[in-house]
Design a protein around this ligand. Structure first.
Ligand code: SF4
Ligand code: SF4
Ligand code: FES
Length: 478
């Protein structure tokens, strides 16, 4: 029997899957139904009543988040009647809400504000002084703040801690219009995923301690990327901005819905790892600790590599993209140098869990393996003892092992200011993980592409992509 039924939405005949949740179907049709409590990851709760639609044959409007699609259903999402119902519910939601959008960190990405602007616009029938007051800045733990007055009691946050992380830190306390969200006495938000409730919260009640009052969201630009915090490679949005007289800076990562990788969420460590992109950058090329131009450093590197190809070991890492690794591998095949991907320092068993986090804290080991780049320890140690020129490419293995460089010439390609710089003969800064385009293959063999949207116009001479550097070396050789 076919699972497809015919229904009518706002006068238009359409086909839909029988039994599907009506609100999901409406979202898929790009029909924006106001809603607070429904979220596809948390399912139906039915407490906010904002998602009302008219269904022919029903005496009263129905909530679309708890209505299954049925054959012959005739649904109206627009019209004076249903819009009046939504306005009335919105008025109820706003009864005790503070009138302080201009000072709210969520302004610009708040559902309550959006719905009011779209369909509200009425004078409050309540004096500001008669609103029920609640606590304004409640510290819920290391990463999240709560403003109880702004909460619309949608319970997304409590359901997340109950059903997704199973850490159960949050609950609703007191009754009726004095109900508030809080942690249980003596408890704090402890989960490694707690910051997801900030994204889930449809209003400005839950905010990230790290991001709050840092930036107005309408000034930020955004591009899609992946997190490099572990081999899961969660899909993210990167929000960034170039302020006057400053470099383009990243202000936050947000999870990007991706059902092949991370679903709706990311971990807190990954979310806060945007700071690594901004901080501790290597900016100057140098030869024997003297600052030089990128071109001078590249010419010097080309001279050293051309003179000693058979005596050269290139050490790459799983932080490089598939394209960079393929190019470097091609370079070694064409020039007689040797290649290793030895990088045990990125493994950390204590980081792994049964949600998203993996024990390999690098984004592209699967890509490196697919290119058959050898990361065997014994082979690496043997090569290290034989070769006189070591080219370290975005690999932190030698960070605390400078003694291994004794009697060697060291060339460093790095986006980070690292201790290895002090022992390197030639240093070349390169673009960071999010400053370059490229593809990465995660631990489940999903390959994702990044098209960077940040610092594309870095001044020539201070920063070069590894891609360009290797290409230029190949040309020098030709
Ligand atoms: S704090 Fe936010 S997510 Fe939690 S119940 Fe209130 S409005 Fe909903
Ligand atoms: S699970 Fe891994 S890839 Fe995903 S956000 Fe956390 S650190 Fe990043
Ligand atoms: S979204 Fe349907 S009742 Fe809240």
């Amino acid at each position: 029997m076919s699972n497809i039924v015919n229904i009518v939405i706002d006068g238009k005949e359409v086909e839909a899957e029988k039994g599907a949740v009506l609100i999901d179907y409406l979202f898929k049709q790009d029909i924006d139904i106001p809603h607070f409590c429904y979220h596809p990851a948390l399912g139906t709760d039915g407490n906010c009543r904002m998602c009302m639609v008219e269904i022919e044959g029903s005496k009263r409007p129905q909530i679309s988040c708890d209505t299954p699609v049925k054959e012959g259903m005739v649904v109206r999402t627009q019209g004076e009647n249903i819009e009046q119902v939504r306005r009335d519910i919105l008025e109820l939601e706003l009864i005790n809400h503070p009138v302080d959008c201009p000072t709210c960190d969520q302004a610009g990405e708040c559902k309550l504000q959006d719905y009011y602007m779209a369909g509200g616009f009425y004078e409050s029938r309540l004096e500001a002084e008669s609103k029920v007051k609640a606590k304004k800045a409640v510290d819920l733990g290391k990463n999240v703040m709560l403003d109880q007055e702004r909460c619309v009691l949608c319970t997304r946050c409590t359901r997340f801690t109950d059903e997704i992380t199973h850490t159960n830190e949050l609950g609703i306390f007191s009754r009726a219009d004095h109900s508030v969200i809080s942690t249980f006495p003596g408890q704090e938000l402890e989960s490694d995923y707690s910051m997801n409730i900030v994204d889930l919260c449809p209003v400005g009640a839950l905010t990230s301690k790290d991001f709050r009052f840092n930036q107005r969201v309408w000034f930020l630009e955004s591009f899609e990327a992946i997190c490099s915090g572990c081999s899961k490679g969660c899909s993210i949005h990167v929000d960034h901005k170039k302020e006057k007289y400053k470099d383009d800076q990243i202000f936050r990562f947000r999870p990007r819905e991706d059902h092949d990788v991370n679903g709706y969420f990311i971990c807190d460590d990954g979310r806060l790892s945007y700071k690594d992109e901004n901080d501790n950058r290597l900016n100057d090329a140098s030869i024997n600790q003297e600052t030089v131009s990128t071109k001078e450093a590249l010419t010097n590197i080309a001279d050293v590599l051309t003179a000693n190809p058979n005596d050269t070991l290139l050490l790459v890492s799983p932080f490089l993209s598939n394209e960079e690794l393929a190019l470097i591998k091609e370079y070694t095949l064409n020039n007689g140098t040797t290649l290793s991907g030895y990088s045990p320092q990125y493994y950390d068993e204590s980081f792994a869990d049964d949600m998203l986090r993996t024990s390999d804290r690098s984004p592209n080991r699967a890509g490196m393996m697919a290119l058959r780049i050898n990361e065997n320890e014994k082979d690496f140690n043997e090569l290290l003892s034989q070769k006189k020129v070591i080219v370290v490419i975005e690999n932190s293995y030698f960070e605390d092992k400078a003694e291994l460089f004794k009697d060697k010439k060291v060339i460093l390609f790095s986006s980070k200011d690292t201790k290895v710089k002090e022992f390197a003969n030639t240093v070349l800064p390169v673009a960071s993980f999010l400053e370059k385009d490229g593809s990465y293959t995660n631990s489940e063999s999903v390959t994702q592409h990044i098209k960077s949207g940040i610092r594309k116009n870095a001044p020539v001479g201070t920063l070069t992509s590894l891609w360009k550097a290797i290409e230029s070396l190949s040309k020098e050789k030709a």
